[in-house]
Design a protein around this ligand. Structure first.
Ligand code: 13P
Ligand code: ZN
Length: 270
């Protein structure tokens, strides 16, 4: 059996949580990540017959039965993950009943997975239907995206168009646009269901006055989506009160879509 502390997936989790903390996207225990692992890879590092604890999830994720995820712990700080991954992260498998998480490793102080597990697993289910390669759901509280939700209408067509208009690369990176949810109580099955509903068509979902969710096949794709939204939101906030001398037009966006052969939300342009 190989040493789990050498596992590449563990390094990916510790690297990305450290980076996100340094970017200011994850204050205190803000943010959470779930990463679907390959079962054969996990077996190189863990005895998958050895279930440490069973933790009820409070919702049905039968579609993910047998799937294994490494998930950040609830109440845990991203800044601490690198120095103590076994306490701040856990590896769980969804049991046959669909409503139990079998703990295979981690949460060593008796803790449990993020309170946002409903939004994560329900989003995994939706994104896997769209793209069987999808492995990552990432949630965080980036400053400019969050600020933008305070001053911009919570309408996904308008929100997407504004982000596309901030910088040339936006539409290239997220031609599918961004879903927007109104303010809701977090950590509930209800916000999980609403997020997953948006994930049917979007890889990005805004939680108004809270943060953002991203989905992707790997850390780079998922992080890159959120990073690009945050950069565009920063442009918006930095220039919102300044007179505009230049702006990206709908025709500019159509020209970009043609040049990059984008499958984009045409109905988000006028
Ligand atoms: P957890 O500590 O339960 O992951 O919650 C953090 C958060 O961002 C809630 O939305
Ligand atoms: Zn949050």
């Amino acid at each position: 059996m190989k040493n789990i502390f050498d596992a590449p997936f563990l390094k990916e989790m510790t690297d990305i949580t450290s980076l996100m903390y340094r970017l200011g996207w994850d204050e205190r225990n803000g943010g959470n990540i779930s990463y679907m692992l390959d079962e054969n890879t996990v077996r190189e590092y863990l005895d998958t017959e050895n279930v440490i604890r069973e933790i009820p999830t409070g919702f049905d994720a039968s579609e993910l039965t047998g799937k294994i995820f490494i998930v950040t712990g609830t109440g845990k700080y991203f800044k601490n993950v690198k120095d103590d991954p076994e306490n701040n992260l856990g590896i769980i498998r969804i049991a046959k009943d669909g409503t139990t998480a079998e703990l295979l490793w981690g949460y060593s102080d008796g803790g449990r997975f993020t309170s946002e597990l409903p939004a994560h697993l329900m989003s995994h289910i939706q994104r896997l239907r769209v793209n069987p390669e999808n492995r990552i759901i990432m949630h965080c509280h980036p400053d400019y995206t969050l600020a933008m939700t305070q001053v911009h209408e919570a309408d996904e067509k308008k929100f997407t168009r504004t982000l596309w208009g901030q910088m040339t690369e936006s539409i290239v990176v997220f031609p599918d646009g961004i879903g927007v949810l109104p303010w809701m109580v977090c950590g509930t099955n209800e916000i999980g269901i609403a997020t997953a509903e948006k994930m049917k068509q979007y890889r990005l979902v805004i939680w108004t006055l809270h943060g953002i969710y991203g989905a992707g096949k790997d850390m780079d794709e998922t992080f890159g989506l959120i990073e690009t939204v945050e950069k565009a939101a920063k442009q918006y906030i930095l220039t919102a009160n300044l007179p505009k001398a230049s702006a990206i037009t709908d025709d500019n966006l159509r020209a970009l879509a043609a040049a990059f052969k984008l499958d984009y939300r045409k109905d988000f342009l006028d």
